[in-house]
Design a protein around this ligand. Sequence first.
Ligand SMILES: [Zn+2]
Length: 589
Amino acid sequence: MPPLVYRLDATQPASHRLGVELDLDLDALRAAGSLAGEELLLFLPTWTPGSYLIREYSRQLSRVEASGADGAILPCVKVAKNRFRIATPAGARTVRIRYQVYARELSVRTADVTAEHAYWNHACVLLWPVAARRLAVQLTVQHPPEWRLACALGQLHTPLATPGSVTLMAHDLDEVLDSPILIGDFEQIEWQVAGVTHRIVLDGLGGVRPPETLIADLTRIIERAAAVFGGALPYRDYTFLCLFAAEGHGGLEHAASTTLLMARTALSDAKQYREFLGLAAHEHFHAWNVKRMRPVEFWDYDYENENYSSLLWLVEGWTAYYDDLLCHRAGLLTREDYLAVMAKNVNTMLTGPGRLRLSLAESSFDAWIRLYRPDENTRNSSQNYYGNGAVAALCLDLMIRRTTRGAASLDDVLRRLYDHTFGQGRGYTREDVADAVRSVAGVEVVRAHAALVDGALDPDLAALLGDFGIRVRALENPKPYFGVSFNSGSTTVASVTLDSPADRAGIAPGDECIAVAGLRVDSSNWNDVFAAVARCGVAIEVLLARRGVITRLFVTPGATMPGVAFEILDVATTEQQHLRDLWLVPPTK
Ligand SMILES: [Zn+2]
């Protein structure tokens, strides 16, 4: 038997409770050097890799008890928010731990056990011995017999298999924490790509039928992703765990699976389906970018504390750049539609003042306290390394292609970084990234790219795209601009954009806008009333309720910052066309 044997009882899912029983082989722990004297120290992770926020999963643990081989209760003391200390009798060879986990939080990174399904990340569930991450583990999961189980972990097949009981094996803590489990009455489709088994599990779709082209579309995305890294798939098999629900949206990457959470109607129309494919492409690309090739700070995760990295603009930004690009390369997004998606990223970037104040590298480092804990000032003080990181990746790709006259691209940098770091059994540093860029495109590109990542993000896209025969056109936008966002369903100010008309007039988060130019406003008529009374450069009266006091201010609306659109020039030089056709798939004639 492996040194850690868990039994997880999910047979009463409507209770939202998982029962956990863990048998620990103390001899194996002693041999691994992870038993201090006769004291056993166990911990529960505080976060899930890929989602950079301390989430304090131990809040949901209860009735933690320990007993010896003879069944006698052993002292078990909570010594930290997520740690328990158990005094084991001298020479004892086994200890049994029992506890319960409350699980009713539906997100890709948490645990949700309900009458409809059971889904969990093991970070929320498994107490694990401190300093023993390399120990092998066996997990037996018991569940309602009419349900099925999906998980990337290998199953132990025994001749006496019973319905409603599945035994899984993992090599170590990293593998088990990276392998969420979904149990339920779901649909599952299995198919092969390049001889490798892929599965998609569809949970909660109700009456919605997936598109006929689902498997063909995913296959094309998978093939294009593999091509970036030389053609081979890096896993033994791969599972898309899809949770369709009334609320929530997102994805979480794993080495051999991903969880995608989206609306129950996400596969029902063309626009939502396109977004689903983009999300699937994003998480699948992470199988290389971050699950294997990853910053040195993530090489051995510390599951109890923040793991700081200044490289999330590469981890997430480059992945966000490739998710749309791979859909385009796979023929699922036309050249024009792809450029429209990129222009949308750029327009979002342009409206965020934080990009000029906190660099992509600094915003990456601060993910734990900014991106994952947004407040009224986040947009003004930092930037989103997903969308803005994708814009920086676009710039880098274009610079590489321009400098090498189309001979190389960001694909070559990724492949080189992958081979030279993960391929050699190590994480990468910023210097490794610079080395990869330098070897592909030279030192000038390294310098220009560093300026985008380490300073204010304000790229000259018109010049860059111009060399590819693409024009950046400013959209005409005559609308007067106020500069606030409201809490949903109200006219209470959620945030004020730095240096906007509202900011200059002294409007603050929490102010409730009651009237504009003497007209009563609420969430249903704000846009209409503001458009009717506001003129650029002309002050208007705004009546506010602020912390219980009625206040009058005068705001002078400005012109909205014009957005941009990307247009393919009909008349381009041969060089421009050459570069463009290597970057974007030309339409078939
Ligand atoms: Zn991601």
